[in-house]
Design a protein around this ligand. Structure first.
Ligand code: HEM
Ligand SMILES: CC(C)=CCC/C(C)=C/CC/C(C)=C/COP(=O)(O)OP(=O)(O)O
Length: 333
């Protein structure tokens, strides 16, 4: 069974391959020379979309601290991160298999391992299925059945709900497809407590409302690509004013829900103060873009990629505050 095609050029860098800057890799069949093996591994790392997994894990770790009201049990935390990484990598690999046709049509994705023939479709699917089975079994055996079920649901929802059903059919694709990306929060909580409570659902809703502005800011930058690939992202089917107005509304919802964690989880004042500051920065930038577009700015003059990166930083720092708060509470007694 061929998993990797004989390539023509030098080894690719995993982050470059993921970001679309790679050249064809020199990945021979497994068991080839060391350089070829390295390129082979890099191709599969790129297939996993590691930069995306980073922030998915960053939203998983804090809820384990809140659930444990301090430092979570090390073994459970490590097992959750390992199997959570496998779970997200599985979803991303199968997404690359299913999207290999449109990935070839978009500048941003056309040099992804499957789109570039570095990894065969069968290799990507096999990799994804093995990781899906391994992560589900790993959660079940080493953590608990609830986290195993939630992890499997996240994979299945992202593959069937978002990638196969919603992505190519509706401009609401990322609104509802985003549910998959909210699941790491519930997985982290259930890994520690073996149950679900209101606190993780508050953070689930933070990620839910955060996702549309995150993806639409990027989609505004790559609007022509999505149009060429016939993916009806909102910036393809609606004007910039409508998109940025929705980004502002979803950002307000994100900030409002983020404040609910304070009473629901009984945090210290540290968390709401940080959430308010971060939320203010996110809203100022969202409103600034809306004001610019209403003043006639359009296309590259709109710094939507700046908002995209700010949205990632917002989520990472907000969840860092979620992690620190219970440690502060314990330290302050
Ligand atoms: C349906 C939901 C989502 C969609 C459609 C989406 C869309 C995207 C897209 C298209 C990219 C660019 C990928 C690339 O070019 O390699 C991206 C990057 C990224 N996404 Fe999302 N995303 C979603 C949810 C999430 C969630 C829930 C998180 C984390 C909690 C997240 C974190 C990231 C990160 C960290 C990156 C990489 C940013 C970078 O390269 O600097 N995404 N997202
Ligand atoms: C725990 C677990 C299984 C989580 C699954 C959720 C998950 C992998 C979310 C990733 C979100 C994401 C990058 C979506 C982009 O898909 P896309 O196809 O629109 O992006 P693309 O155009 O860059 O391929």
């Amino acid at each position: 069974m061929t998993l990797v095609n004989q390539p023509e050029h030098g080894a690719s860098d995993s982050s470059a391959a993921e970001s679309g800057n790679a050249t064809r890799s020199a990945a021979p069949q497994p068991g080839g020379n060391a350089a070829g093996l390295r390129a082979y591994v890099r191709a599969y790392v790129a297939l996993s979309k590691p930069r995306v997994i980073e922030l998915l894990l960053i939203t998983t770790i804090p809820v384990m601290f809140v659930a444990a009201a301090g430092v979570p049990p090390l073994w459970t935390a490590v097992a959750t991160l390992v199997f959570g990484t496998m779970s997200a990598a599985s979803a991303n690999a199968i997404n690359c298999y299913l999207d290999r046709d449109i990935d070839q049509e978009m500048r941003r994705t056309r040099r992804r391992p499957v789109a570039m023939d570095q990894v065969t479709p069968r290799g990507a699917m096999t990799y994804g299925l093995v990781l899906a089975a391994g992560s589900t079994a790993g959660f079940a055996v080493f953590v608990n059945w609830l986290s195993a079920g939630l992890s499997l649901f996240a994979i299945l929802f992202y593959i069937f709900g978002y990638t196969m059903l919603l992505k190519r059919r509706t401009a609401q694709n990322v609104v509802w497809g985003g549910i998959a990306g909210c699941m790491p929060v519930l997985i982290g909580w259930s890994a520690i407590t073996d149950r679900l409570d209101w606190a993780p659902f508050v953070l689930f809703l933070v990620v839910f409302f955060w996702t549309p502005p995150h993806t639409w800011a990027l989609a505004m930058r790559y609007r022509e690509d999505y149009a060429a690939a016939k993916v009806p992202m909102l910036p393809v089917v609606a004007g910039e004013r409508r998109v940025l107005l929705e980004c502002v509304l979803y950002s307000w919802a994100t900030v409002a829900v983020s404040m609910a964690l304070w009473p629901v989880a009984g945090t210290t004042l540290f968390y709401p103060v940080v959430a308010l500051i971060l939320g203010g920065m996110l809203l100022v930038q969202a409103h600034r873009l809306l004001i610019q577009v209403r003043a006639g700015a359009t296309g590259p003059r709109l710094r939507t990629m700046g908002f995209f990166h700010l949205s990632n930083a917002y989520l990472a720092l907000l969840f860092a505050a979620v992690t620190i708060d219970p440690l502060l509470a314990n330290a302050l007694g």
